[in-house]
Design a protein around this ligand. Structure first.
Ligand code: HEM
Length: 97
């Protein structure tokens, strides 16, 4: 679903970074650039089934762990981020597979 050569400076990575920054209370750069997130609608062009969701979620939780290895994130904050990843990725499922 993602291009194989997803670079750190790609639009996809920038979108994700700016969205999460905004969602967790930081500057609203994502909406300034792209408008309302409408995340479920923006994902409709991809067939996201349960397996895709599970794969995405395991990468997202892995990225959170990797980040905690190099940046201080307290347990309560990490739990809040992980809980958001669980419920938002379930909400993104739009295909029965
Ligand atoms: C917490 C759940 C998720 C969040 C917060 C999230 C966030 C985002 C954001 C902000 C974008 C950019 C949208 C735009 O501005 O057009 C995006 C794109 C995308 N997302 Fe997600 N997403 C989630 C779940 C998923 C899942 C479960 C899948 C599929 C397994 C997925 C696959 C994709 C793909 C393929 C793109 C396009 C990337 C590109 O432009 O190359 N996302 N996502």
């Amino acid at each position: 679903m993602f291009s194989a050569d997803l670079a750190a400076d790609s639009d996809a990575v920038r979108d994700m970074r700016e969205f999460l920054t905004q969602f967790f209370g930081g500057p609203a750069d994502y909406s300034a650039r792209k408008g309302h997130p409408r995340l479920r609608a923006r994902h409709m062009r991809f067939p996201i089934d349960q397996a895709a969701r599970d794969a995405w979620l395991s990468h997202a939780l892995g990225a959170l762990d990797d980040t905690r290895a190099v940046h201080e994130i307290d347990d309560a904050t990490a739990r809040e981020i992980a809980a958001y990843f669980h419920h938002a990725s379930a909400f993104m499922v739009n295909h029965s597979g």
